[in-house]
Design a protein around this ligand. Structure first.
Ligand SMILES: [Zn+2]
Length: 187
């Protein structure tokens, strides 16, 4: 079994002070930074991967009157500070970034591709990664969509719930239940 850590969308705009902040975003970024400093804890991961919401012109994903379900305030615009990885997470600790959503909404990390255009699933296949530990933001949106896609691809998935932050706590809990029912292990 080859397991990678997949950090979903821990970006400035999804943390306190950002355009679309989650209450626990900084808590998650801080705990993840600690985890990545812990050589013993991360020795079981073949790769440390991260996704980024990375918007150029995502159409109706952005709205001046967002419903916070299908439309959102402007966030994570490509090459802006809001789209950067949240400190104290260190870019140098990430083996590969997968960016998604340039021209449309993209909740799942499996819609993301690296700088060379390689899709996340193709990357996992190339390196024989058959297991993922998924963490990040937001539990009820991009973590959820990423985990459900991973389950569909028959990847062994664990969701590290303490290292995930929801937009909405009760929807976050529902999303964890849904992920579990889809086959993910919630730890
Ligand atoms: Zn977005």
């Amino acid at each position: 079994m080859t397991r990678a850590l997949l950090i979903v969308d821990v970006q400035n705009d999804f943390c306190p002070g950002g355009a679309l902040a989650t209450a626990r975003g900084d808590e998650v970024a801080g705990k993840l930074a600690e985890l990545l400093e812990d050589e013993a804890a991360i020795s079981g991961y073949s790769h440390i991967l991260a996704t980024q919401d990375w918007h150029i012109d995502p159409g109706e994903h952005f709205s001046q009157q967002p419903d916070f379900v299908d439309s959102w305030p402007v966030h994570c615009v490509a090459d802006t500070a809001g789209a950067n990885l949240r400190a104290p997470l260190d870019v140098a600790k990430i083996d590969r970034f997968f960016r998604k959503g340039a021209y449309s909404a993209a909740y799942s990390g499996f819609e993301g591709s690296d700088e060379a255009g390689v899709l996340l699933l193709d990357y996992l296949t190339e390196y024989g990664i058959d297991s993922l530990d998924v963490v990040g933001i937001a539990t009820d949106h991009c973590v959820r969509a990423t985990v459900l896609d991973a389950c569909r691809e028959n990847i062994d998935v664990r969701v590290l719930a303490e290292l995930c932050a929801p937009v909405d706590e009760s929807r976050g809990d529902s999303a964890l239940t849904e992920m579990k029912e889809a086959g993910a292990e919630i730890v």
